[in-house]
Design a protein around this ligand. Structure first.
Ligand SMILES: NC(=O)c1ccc[n+]([C@@H]2O[C@H](COP(=O)([O-])OP(=O)(O)OC[C@H]3O[C@@H](n4cnc5c(N)ncnc54)[C@H](OP(=O)(O)O)[C@@H]3O)[C@@H](O)[C@H]2O)c1
Length: 264
């Protein structure tokens, strides 16, 4: 069982949504925290609040993971401060909705940088130390979107397929080293994720971030490779893509994203 108290977690995308709930939950378990996101003020306030409430060390690192050098800069800064990361939660992520060609190319590339490149870089930079010490954990936020191509969220679904496949393979490679890797595949969750996107999905029909985080950490404690922390129907839908012909899966996914109002 992973020992939380006194260990250090690095959480990306900790300024709001699932990342903030991970931070609050892990601080309550006595973990020291490194909080990463672009919203420096929100991170500073959260770090101060968690230190005051739980007596843990908590630092805020302002970083844009859309920049190619961000992961290396974070690792350098933590080395300079003598901070070792025991649990990495690659949570930062974003999803553009609407037609691929309607988006600014730089935004598409930034989405891939944050969801894929930064996640792989941080896993490498901090996973190496964990493997040497024979102890650690990596939780990567994938999605129910990981299981099929999704027209009008094309890049997002493809990046989340990467996260799932990468995490499962890494979990296998690191089995026996003392480092446990897990992918979390939530369904629609009531966070800021859909802010600024016109969608027909009401927050009432989404999962609560607190429940998603609790189920994710329970599964991590049980050393699962993949967790489905959303409602049962979301998990059931992930089976369709394993059973049906791919062309049909794409059509069904397009219908579903249209029904959610994501075609832009
Ligand atoms: N909500 C859902 O329905 C859902 C479902 C399945 C999977 N997920 C995944 O869960 C993870 C968390 O999402 P959420 O729902 O909590 O979304 P959210 O409320 O929008 O939070 C996203 C977090 O990512 C950070 N972030 C975004 N771009 C960044 C960048 N360039 N550099 C650094 N940090 C960045 C944001 O911080 P700043 O803006 O301060 O930088 C924020 O803290 C994501 O990987 C998402 O794909 C979400």
């Amino acid at each position: 069982m992973f020992v939380y108290r006194g260990s250090t977690a690095l959480i990306t995308g900790a300024s709001k949504g699932l990342g903030k709930v991970f931070a609050e939950t892990l601080a309550a378990r006595g973990m020291n925290l490194v909080l990463v996101a672009r919203s420096g003020d929100a991170l500073q306030a959260l770090a101060a609040d968690l230190t005051a409430r739980h007596g843990v060390k908590s630092i805020a690192l302002n970083a844009d993971l859309g920049e190619t050098s961000a992961a290396t800069q974070i690792a350098r800064e933590l080395e300079r401060r003598g901070i070792q990361v025991d649990l990495l939660i690659n949570n930062a992520g974003l999803g553009l909705t609407g037609s691929f060609l309607s988006h600014d190319l730089r935004k598409e590339q930034s989405e891939i940088q944050v969801n894929v490149q930064a996640l792989a870089a941080l896993s490498h930079l901090f996973g190496s130390g964990m493997a040497k010490r024979g102890r650690g954990g990596i939780i990567n936020l994938a999605s129910n979107a990981s299981f099929q191509p999704i027209p009008f969220m094309a890049t997002y679904a493809a990046t989340k397929a990467f996260v799932l496949h990468f995490s499962e393979a890494l979990q296998f490679e690191l089995a026996g080293t003392g480092v446990h890797v897990m992918a979390a595949c939530p369904g629609p969750t009531a966070t800021s994720f859909f802010d600024g996107v016109s969608t027909n999905v009401s927050p009432r029909s989404m999962d609560r971030p607190e429940s998603v985080v609790q189920k994710t950490l329970e599964a991590f404690d049980r050393r699962k490779a993949v967790v489905y922390p959303g409602r049962a129907g979301v998990r059931a839908a992930t089976w369709l893509s394993r059973l049906l012909p791919r062309a049909l899966v794409v059509r069904i996914a397009a219908m579903a994203s249209g029904k959610m109002g994501l075609h832009g």
